[in-house]
Design a protein around this ligand. Structure first.
Ligand SMILES: NC(=O)c1ccc[n+]([C@@H]2O[C@H](COP(=O)([O-])OP(=O)(O)OC[C@H]3O[C@@H](n4cnc5c(N)ncnc54)[C@H](O)[C@@H]3O)[C@@H](O)[C@H]2O)c1
Length: 448
């Protein structure tokens, strides 16, 4: 039984109904709302990297390009990765960070008085623990996506953040994509009208990186996560930008989700073709649906479709779409249909020239200012660099981070809820209100 289910069934049923009609509204917040708060401005931001595999080392390469930030510590389970990251920093900045190797290295990073921020790029089962320890030590916790696959862990992020008053943000880079930020701007400037529906997904053929190179190697952590699990364990790339555009946790919130999955077939089929029918991986049974489709209903009455498909040969897309009273905007490719006056809209998307003018007029100010540099440094077309520029800027200037712990928790909650719904023939699963009612008065995201 999940911890929250237990709490729900065990106690305070009357209080729950009185509070919000929400299963978790009775929980007392140890420190009050955890959004909008700021750290004292940091002259230089001292970062400890936890996990410098593929994503973590790419982050090191970006962070060394940013002024006012120093990578002072690095840890990983694998020695060569630690050395590679230390060398990257030394080559760029002249000073080598401290390195820790082994399963306990993260504790030293989280306890170090010389570290202000931890940047956690480990595999999913290591996301929560370093963040909790860092916050308890007064250090900002930044963590890769998803924050967690489990709702009880999402609560632990929220409660620790509320109690310690130290920011915790999920590194959801897609929020900073050029087209996603254009989408946000179009919505916030009223061009799309009142938004009633959104869509977002993650379609990225991943069979090649999910399996090791040879059948003799052990399964990757990504493969292990797909044994005994189904649903959507990677929802935030598509969902995050749409959630911000639809004011989720800031005037609206996720109410419930229904989810269905296709059969678990294509990854194992890939393994049989690549390694042979009798190989270890050809017989490594996965339970994870090839394609998972979820529909989220919000309290305000809107809908969001979220999809995941990493098992099939198919072009990459994050499927972003917002549909409103005055128009529609979509990504992959970026396109729009906007009513110029009631009823005046074509049956097709805007033509290229019109769309270019719309993009020029509504390009997000962050992309106007940083776009050129971001494209040069790179990271998914530059959005990763803009994300890193932002948290550094916010911390150096004593500003709140762009996303808060409630975004982390509610966006990540889809992982467990979609799995439970998928296993129960699409039964609706209710979201906890991680904000305990504060979503009603919180203000839309502003990238201050
Ligand atoms: N935002 C994005 O676009 C994006 C892209 C890829 C991956 N990710 C996320 O980044 C994370 C890492 O993915 P990856 O592709 O880099 O995986 P990876 O396997 O290449 O790297 C993970 C690293 O963490 C290390 N690690 C694991 N446990 C550790 C511990 N206790 N202490 C220190 N180090 C530890 C591993 O040794 C490994 O080097 C995942 O959460 C993934 O979902 C995000």
């Amino acid at each position: 039984m999940y911890r929250r289910d237990f709490l729900k069934s065990a106690a305070l049923v009357g209080v729950v109904a009185a509070a919000d009609g929400c299963a978790n509204a009775f929980r007392l917040s140890p420190g009050g709302m955890a959004s909008g708060f700021r750290m004292k401005p940091m002259e230089r931001v001292r970062v400890g990297m936890i996990g410098v595999g593929s994503r973590g080392s790419a982050a090191v390469r970006r962070i060394v390009e940013i002024d006012g930030v120093d990578i002072v510590a690095v840890c990983d389970l694998v020695q060569e990765r630690v050395e590679r990251a230390r060398k990257l920093v030394k080559d760029a900045k002249g000073k080598e960070p401290v390195g820790y190797v082994g399963v306990d290295g993260w504790k030293a990073v989280c306890d170090s008085p010389g570290v202000d921020v931890i940047y956690n790029c480990t595999s999913w089962d290591w996301h929560l623990r370093p963040c909790v320890r860092a916050m308890r030590n007064g250090k900002v916790a930044l963590v890769e996506v998803p924050g967690s696959l489990r709702i009880d862990e999402c609560w632990e992020y929220v409660e620790t953040c509320e109690e310690t008053r130290v920011p915790c943000m999920m590194l959801e880079n897609c929020v900073y994509g050029e087209d996603e930020m254009l989408m946000l701007n179009l919505v916030q400037k009223g061009v799309i009208g009142d938004v009633v529906h959104g869509e977002g997904g993650y379609v990225h053929y991943g069979a090649e990186y999910m399996y090791p190179k040879t059948d003799a190697e052990p399964p990757t952590w990504r493969l292990e996560e797909k044994k005994g699990h189904t649903g959507n364990a990677y929802p935030t790339h598509g969902l995050g930008p749409v959630a911000l555009a639809m004011d989720i946790n800031r005037g609206d919130r996720f109410d419930y989700v229904v989810s269905v999955g296709s059969r678990a077939y294509s990854l194992q089929d890939f393994a049989r073709r690549k390694f042979g029918a009798d190989s270890k991986f050809g017989n490594y049974r996965l339970d994870y649906n090839d394609i998972n489709t979820s529909i989220v209903k919000t309290v305000r009455g809107n809908t969001i479709m979220v999809q995941l498909n990493c098992a099939n040969p198919r072009p990459y897309t994050r499927m972003g779409l917002v549909v409103g009273t005055k128009g529609t905007f979509g990504t992959y490719p970026a396109r729009a249909a906007i009513e110029s006056s009631p009823g005046a809209v074509g049956k097709t998307w805007m033509d290229e020239k019109e769309f270019a003018a719309l993009r020029e007029k509504y390009m997000h100010p962050l992309w106007k200012t940083l776009g050129e540099q971001a494209r040069k440094v790179g990271g998914h077309g530059g959005m990763d660099f803009i994300m890193d520029m932002r948290w550094v800027h916010c911390l150096r200037n004593g500003l709140p981070l762009d996303m808060d712990v409630y975004d982390l928790a509610s966006w990540s909650a889809i992982c467990e809820l979609s799995e439970r719904s998928t296993l129960r023939r699409g039964e609706p699963m209710e979201f906890p209100d991680f904000t305990r009612g504060a979503w009603k008065t919180a203000r839309p995201v502003s990238f201050a």
